[in-house]
Design a protein around this ligand. Structure first.
Ligand SMILES: Cc1ncc(C[n+]2csc(CCOP(=O)(O)OP(=O)(O)O)c2C)c(N)n1
Ligand SMILES: [Mg+2]
Length: 298
């Protein structure tokens, strides 16, 4: 498990990267749409501090935080968001469709879940010891393909972790209007054990995720990790029907504020400076890069 400084710095890089991204978006510098992870940083920082770099990761439309915590380079992501040929997939995937090493994302809700399940089967057949991790949101519990995947993952005892980030909303639809019954029950119905965290404290997420990952890897069986969290920013750029009171209330659970007292003043300021330099470098370099030509493979 990583130390307090590393966890803080990971969360801070995600936060500052996403804040900068919103500024660049408003300035018209990004191509396509974008969804930020602001508020949910403890989930990604916690999980990727207890996984193996060789594990295979599948993410969604809200993938930037997962990618950065996985160890992805901010500059290559910024270049992708700006549609530059130096981007992760040559500037043609944009915010939602990125790939680097064992990290894959797709913007179709639930669409990547059967792919992750198939990859878990491949890892099992080849006895690699790797696990697959697939991130979904509460709104994605409404996608039927999820349940076909859970069924096969359980029947074939596949090493896959279903990570459900419940941020309480699917775009503007509150979870109470979109999800019936129990979230955990949707996994246990298939015999898949559930670990659940109702916190935005990164250390608690680390220890629960560590236990869940150990189960999936050692027992070669699926598991589900349900993380209840809050998204502070809009669903995408401006679509947010929540009241100012609700936003103020949830901001009290800011994972950076919860974790920062575990650092010294000097460490906090060093992390802030390092994050600022990384993010500034990423966007400045990306902006100076070339866009791909329509006729070439560059
Ligand atoms: C199949 C499909 N339907 C609709 C959409 C449009 N869409 C993108 S994100 C989203 C809501 C997703 O909610 P949730 O799964 O809770 O993830 P969150 O955005 O909260 O992270 C919707 C409806 C989509 N991308 N794919
Ligand atoms: Mg959601």
């Amino acid at each position: 498990m990583e130390n307090n400084y590393a966890l803080y710095k990971t969360m801070l890089i995600i936060r500052r990267f996403e804040e900068r991204l919103l500024v660049e978006f408003s300035a018209g510098k990004l191509v396509g749409t974008t969804h930020t992870y602001i508020g949910q940083e403890a989930d990604a920082a916690g999980i990727f501090s207890v996984t193996d770099p060789e594990d295979v990761v599948f993410s969604s439309h809200r993938c930037h935080g997962h990618f950065l915590a996985y160890g992805g380079e901010p500059y290559r992501l910024a270049a992708e968001l700006m549609g530059k040929s130096t981007g992760l997939v040559g500037g043609r995937g944009g915010s939602q469709h990125i790939q680097w090493r064992n990290f894959y994302s797709n913007g179709i809700q639930g669409g990547i879940v059967p792919v992750a399940t198939g990859m878990a089967l491949a890892e099992k057949v080849h006895r690699t010891g790797k696990i697959a991790l697939v991130f979904i949101g509460d709104g994605t519990l409404g996608e039927g393909i999820l349940y076909e995947s859970l069924n096969l993952a359980a029947l074939w005892s596949l090493p896959i972790m279903f990570v459900l980030e419940n941020n309480g909303y699917a775009q503007t639809t509150p979870v109470e209007k979109g999800v019936s019954g129990s979230m955990a029950g949707r996994f246990t119905a298939f015999g898949i054990p559930v670990w659940e965290c109702n916190t935005m404290d990164v250390l608690e997420i680390c220890s629960t995720a560590q236990e869940a990952v150990r189960h999936v890897r050692l027992d070669i069986r699926p598991g589900a990790l349900i993380l209840h969290t809050y998204r502070f920013s809009a669903h995408s750029k401006g679509d947010d029907l929540r009241s100012p009171e609700e936003l103020t209330r949830i901001r009290a659970f800011d994972p950076l504020k919860l974790h920062s007292p575990r650092l010294t003043v000097e460490e906090r300021s060093r992390a802030e400076t390092e994050a600022m330099v990384i993010v500034e470098d990423a966007f400045v370099r990306a902006e100076a890069d070339l866009s791909p030509s329509l006729n070439s493979n560059d």
